[in-house]
Write a protein that binds this ligand. Structure first.
Ligand code: ADP
Ligand code: MG
Length: 569
């Protein structure tokens, strides 16, 4: 007879792996432990790439940026309670940044958790995840794994992308079922992120505004980079002749050296534009909410906004021409409606921006040539700027305060999705997770430019980088502290609150795990070491010695940093 022993069987472990693979997901970023240790092991045996990190937050950040780079949800796998919470930070950050990712966490037994009887790592993870992500699901039966994974994928990538939580209780993994029935229960998601075509009237409205604009401006955001509609976007900019401004992760959609880039005349462009078209960029704090002194007189500027999320419209100010749809479809519709030879924007406007831009670029050029020891930010960044120019397909990961603000302006990008940084929250700690995923997903060399403080949040992952032998070159801008290395304790008891051990040698950390460590004190030494790392592909950490006096409090966002007036009296 047909006994269980004779029939071919499968279980929860295998069904999760089969469901992911069926949907083209090939990589898992995670940290092993109870109850998902065997899941990672089996996934590796089944040919998936399993990248084990030292801390879940970095695995989660890796999954998130893998989602941004590939338009497929990145997978992060964690243990229960504490591991889940560590991964949750990355899931919330992914959701905030509109990156598709799925956090899969093992969890404890429902019966005990729900009665709060104190299980091993007891926590109602589903309830906790829900407000911090786009969707959250729990699977109790092995037969539901297929549909749950399908729902998670669709939720992550359709509409506005974001983070999804999938809760898998320990018991699920060893639930056994007939292999044939198991295979039938799997779901391959068809058209996971369907095109969303804008309404013709909405396209007309937007074109009407553009046509009558005297000082039009296009702002490209990371949604535009994510959309992978690179050619259409480039055509739109070039055919219309409209100056454009890239948000930081949209840099390189068109090369920063493009004649229409208004990047170096940002302040003037935002203040004076009369019609602004946002393409996958939100009017959040990064654009001063579309109002205030960054912008022109209220009511004098009109906005067109392309976004897949209808509720984004009017979130901060009135949007005169909302264009709801996916960026590829919207931009194509605009191109079509524009006709073959749209008249270019007035030369007075484009000329004014060009003049300002040349003036600002000239001012910067002299700072970049500075060859001082210890280096200041500009001297060191000047060297890195040349390296990216010569190696435009390398991926630049960037975090820090001054290290971030200044690198964003100094280092030109030439190709789409090559600049990965702190994103919408402006958080520290994404560095090593982003670098690992960038190397794994693209196979290209990665240059991670890190403030010494920012690096500290994920620094232990240098071991991960060495273990997988990834082509990642980390440059730590070491100015002995947060913002600057000069703070002191007024009472004389302890080190100042924002400083680190003086003259630390972060390069030694890399050597501890078999990577290459270099100490660089001049721009020339820095250049030489980075080029060597990029040529060899060996994991490298360069400790770039920066003047502890260099740097400003909170970098460019000092205005958000409250300071006591009483103290200053
Ligand atoms: P930035 O920080 O670069 O300004 P944001 O993260 O603020 O960018 O904005 C990205 C926007 O892009 C989000 O509002 C998101 O809904 C939108 N978006 C993401 N992917 C797409 C897409 N494929 N089509 C249209 N809009 C998209
Ligand atoms: Mg510092």
């Amino acid at each position: 007879a047909d006994t269980a022993a004779e029939r071919e069987m499968t279980d929860g472990f295998h069904l999760v792996i089969d469901a992911l693979k069926l949907n083209g997901i090939e990589t898992i970023y995670g940290v092993p432990g109870i109850p998902i240790t065997d899941l990672g092991r089996l996934a590796q045996a089944e040919g998936m790439r399993v990248i084990s990190f030292r801390h879940e937050q970095h695995a989660g950040n890796a999954a998130a940026i893998a989602g941004f780079l590939t338009k497929k949800p990145g997978i992060c796998l964690t243990v229960s309670a504490p591991g889940f919470l560590n991964g949750l930070t990355a899931l919330a950050n992914a959701t905030t940044n509109c990156f598709p990712m799925i956090l899969i966490s093992g969890s404890s037994e429902r019966e005990i958790v729900d009665l709060q009887q104190g299980d091993y790592e007891e926590m109602d993870q589903l309830a906790i995840a829900k407000p911090l992500c786009k969707a959250a699901f729990r699977v109790l039966h092995a037969a539901d794994i297929g549909i749950a994974v399908a729902r998670a994928i669709r939720a992550a990538v359709s509409g506005r992308p974001g983070g999804v939580y999938l809760d898998l209780p320990a018991k699920l993994f060893s639930q056994v079922m007939d292999a044939e029935a198991g295979a039938k229960s799997l779901v391959k998601v068809i058209d996971a992120a369907p095109a969303q075509i804008p309404a013709p009237e909405a396209v007309e409205r937007a074109l009407g505004l553009l046509k009558n604009a005297k000082r039009p401006l296009i702002i490209l955001g990371k949604g535009a980079a994510y959309a992978q509609a690179d050619e259409a976007i480039r055509n739109l900019v070039e055919k219309s002749g409209i100056p454009y401004l890239p948000m930081s992760m949209a840099k390189g959609l068109l090369p920063d050296t493009h004649p229409q880039s208004a990047g170096a005349a940002r302040s003037l462009a935002l203040k004076k534009a009369d019609v602004v078209m946002l393409v996958g960029a939100r009017l959040n704090w990064l654009l001063s909410h579309g109002k205030g002194k960054t912008w022109g007189e209220p009511g004098t500027q009109k906005f067109i906004q392309i976004d897949i999320e209808p509720r984004e419209m009017d979130s901060n100010i009135e949007i005169a021409a909302p264009l709801v749809g996916d960026i590829g479809s919207c931009v194509s519709a605009l191109l079509k409606g524009m006709g073959e030879n749209p008249s270019p924007p007035p030369a007075e406007w484009t000329g004014a921006l060009r003049t300002k831009k040349e003036e600002n670029l000239g001012k910067m050029a002299s700072k970049l040539r500075k060859n001082s020891t210890p280096m200041d930010f500009h001297g060191a960044l000047g060297a890195l700027r040349t390296i990216i120019k010569e190696r435009p397909d390398a991926i630049l990961v960037n975090e820090g305060a001054n290290t971030l603000d200044l690198a964003r302006g100094v280092i030109d990008m030439y190709q789409p999705r090559k600049r990965l940084d702190v994103g919408t929250w402006g958080i520290m700690g994404i560095g090593m997770g982003f670098a690992v995923a960038a190397a794994i997903e693209t196979g290209k060399p990665v240059l991670a430019v890190e403030g010494d403080s920012a690096f500290g949040f994920s620094g232990m992952e240098v071991e991960t980088i060495c273990r997988y032998n990834l082509p990642i070159c980390i440059v730590v801008f070491n100015n002995n502290g947060i913002y600057r290395g000069t703070d002191t304790d007024p009472t004389g008891r302890d080190p100042g609150t924002t400083v680190f051990v003086k003259d630390s040698r972060y390069d030694k950390m890399m050597e501890a795990f078999g990577g290459v460590g270099v100490q660089a004190t001049t721009p020339d030494e820095l250049s030489r070491a980075v080029n060597e790392a990029m040529d060899s592909g060996r994991p490298t950490l360069i400790n770039a010695v920066i003047d502890p006096q260099a740097g400003t409090e909170s970098g460019n966002i000092g205005s958000l940093n409250p300071q006591s007036m009483v103290k200053k009296k």
